[in-house]
Design a protein around this ligand. Structure first.
Ligand code: KG4
Length: 338
């Protein structure tokens, strides 16, 4: 008997719905919210309102594209957290309402589990997926974690950032450079033209497998301040080298702890996920690192690096198989848990 899951994602500023049947993706619709651009960051209240406007048409489009009638659904998976509370409430309430109407169960999904399990979204039967156990480097605007994945529903955070996330380091430095929000993709593009060895920024000395990115941010700021004192046109003339050096430093920091985790755990497979895993330099560095060490690398399609409901639907599918359903009085949660 086949199992069809509708996934709903509304944790931040993307409203997304996806349909997965027996682990195979049938549709994945994402409505991004443009309204935040002029504010240089996501405005939570505007995000929830936009989710409310988007959610019905987005779910409708996902079902139509999948060629699935809502009566064919077996369960609805939704992101319960972490994220913006108002945004999460929209997806959570919608999932509960639809499930009551259709008399099918709901499955709550941890957004971070979703990012990890995005590697199991298959477009066709014979697509290759990671073998357990593996390490997932989860790098986004809000998190930087090394996760040991033992099975679909058994994961452990081995290390995580004690201050800023990798994405924040990209975005905050990009902001100082006068680039639009979010700055990560702009740094990525500029870095391709620059010299990654031109500037040296501070690297953290944090014990264990935890990360820290706030010192790098300060060091970047001080370099810029000192150079600008000597030459007011410094920024304008050195954008590419600054971007390339910043990106190279972030990659070094990420790989250093990842390598320690690989040595400690002895895993043979490494995956990456989250918004920053869209970065060209990060993708190349992970591929090269795995090749050097004889590991198998899983690098997600760019469409699955940012927030999407396909990953929510697949995480919900595996919880459904374990009969892990969610109660109707479950509320969304804003903070990180795993
Ligand atoms: O996972 P995600 O969509 O959501 C949050 O956790 O917020 O990640 C967004 C982050 C932002 O910091 C953005 O700048 C970063 O991912 N990002 C990138 C790239 N594409 C997105 N950072 C570096 N290079 C990229 N190409």
């Amino acid at each position: 008997m086949s199992i069809t899951i509708l996934g709903i994602e509304s944790s931040c500023d993307d409203t997304s719905a996806a349909v997965i049947r027996d682990g195979i993706l049938l549709s994945n619709v994402i409505a991004s919210q443009k309204v935040h651009e002029e504010y240089g960051g996501v405005v939570p209240e505007l995000a929830s309102r936009a989710h409310q406007q988007n959610i019905v048409p987005v779910v409708d489009a996902a079902l139509k594209r999948a060629g699935v009638d809502k009566g064919d659904l077996d369960a609805i998976a939704f992101t319960r957290g972490p994220g913006l509370l108002g945004s999460l409430l929209v997806g959570t309430s919608f999932a509960k309402g639809l499930s009551l109407g259709l008399r099918i169960p709901i499955v709550d999904v941890n957004h971070l589990h979703g990012h990890v399990l995005s590697h199991f979204v298959r477009r066709k039967e014979d697509d290759v997926v990671p073998e357990f156990p593996f390490l997932c480097l989860l790098i986004s605007g809000g998190n930087s974690q090394i996760v040991l994945v033992r099975s679909y529903n058994d994961m452990e955070i081995l290390g995580q950032t004690i201050d800023d996330a990798a994405g924040e380091a990209f975005d905050k430095c990009a902001k100082v450079m006068g680039l639009p929000y979010p700055g990560g993709p702009y740094i990525d593009r500029l870095a391709a033209e620059g010299d990654p060895k031109r500037f040296r920024f501070a690297k953290p000395h944090i014990p264990g497998l935890d990360y820290s990115f706030s010192g790098l941010k300060t060091s970047f700021l001080y370099t810029l301040r000192d150079e600008l004192k000597a030459d007011p046109d410094f920024l304008k003339n050195n954008m590419a080298d600054l971007a390339a050096s910043l990106q190279a430093t972030i990659i070094d920091i990420l790989l250093h702890k990842l390598d320690l985790a690989v040595k400690q755990t002895g895993v043979k497979t490494v995956a990456i996920g989250g918004g920053v895993s869209a970065n060209s330099g990060v993708r190349q560095a992970i591929a090269d690192y795995c090749e050097r060490r004889g590991l198998t690398a899983f690098i997600p399609e760019r469409a699955f690096t940012t927030d999407n409901a396909a990953m929510v639907a697949i995480a919900g599918y595996y919880k459904y198989l374990d009969k892990e359903f969610c109660r109707y009085d479950s509320a969304p949660f804003a903070r990180v848990t795993m």
